[in-house]
Design a binder for this molecule. Structure first.
Ligand code: 9WO
Length: 225
């Protein structure tokens, strides 16, 4: 699932070009019993199953051996630290990441405590496994790596890079269902265009995500918009 989803688009191209490398380990291949058991019942009772310590631990040891034990170990779960662009940008500078995707109702707590460095969340919701969380992290980080995007500036111009939402974008034709492209974008005046975009980004953020403005220090240029 992780290999195939990461194999398309920008991440796929980056992997092909050797800008990033992706390896996967299946805990099932590290089981020691004849029934290849990765799950067990929770102590204390209750519904559902948990991932056993030993197979995920041994899979992680194998991953670390392959990486010369470098690399932060990150468990994806709804209990984790909320992911932000800033956190991902910092992580994109590390040489390696080991992402742990759980299944069932979770992993034995001792694995999270003893084997993982951090716990990250992609949002306040529950998935059926951590793989989609890991894929979100992979996608968001790989596109930040030098050379991953065609245009070197595009990652710098992203929505959220500046802590603001993106401004609106328009392409041809000039009119769609009676709505015209804002005049300033046709003016060719790059200073005006830049100011308009900043003002739009500030307005959109104020309307849709006022929480982002609570903590943000605006630049003099932004205040003047
Ligand atoms: C399943 C479940 C079923 C019945 C009652 C409680 C339950 N909790 C869970 C649960 O949290 N399962 C998780 C599934 C176990 C760890 C991997 N899974 C997961 C990761 N779901 N959602 C994520 C996740 C990862 C990153 N950011 C947001 C969500």
């Amino acid at each position: 699932m992780v290999k195939s989803a990461a194999g398309v688009g920008i991440t796929g191209k980056a992997l092909e070009r050797g800008i990033a490398e992706l390896r996967v380990w299946n805990p099932r291949e590290f089981t020691v019993d004849k029934h290849i058991t990765v799950d067990d019942r929770p102590y204390g009772g209750g519904p559902g199953m948990l991932m056993k310590y030993q197979p995920v631990h041994d899979a992680l040891i194998a991953a670390k051996l392959d990486c010369n034990s470098l690399g932060k170990v990150i468990y994806l779960s709804p209990q984790g630290k909320p992911l932000t662009q800033a956190l991902l940008a910092a992580a994109s500078k590390l040489p390696r990441l080991i992402l742990i995707a759980g299944r069932y109702e979770g992993i034995d707590e001792r694995f999270i405590e003893q084997d993982c460095d951090e716990e990250w969340s992609i949002g306040d919701f529950v998935l059926s496994g951590g793989e989609l969380g890991a894929l979100v992290v992979i996608d968001a980080i790989v596109r930040l790596l030098p050379g991953a995007l065609g245009d070197e500036d595009s990652a710098q111009q992203d929505s959220h890079v500046d802590g603001l939402l993106d401004c609106p974008h328009y392409t041809r034709p000039e009119r769609v269902n009676g709505v015209s492209v804002p005049e300033v974008l046709l003016s060719g005046n790059h200073a005006d265009i830049s100011r308009w975009r900043m003002k739009q980004a500030l307005g959109k953020t104020w309307q849709k995500r006022p929480d982002l403005l609570q903590t943000k220090q605006l630049t003099e240029e932004q205040k003047s918009c």
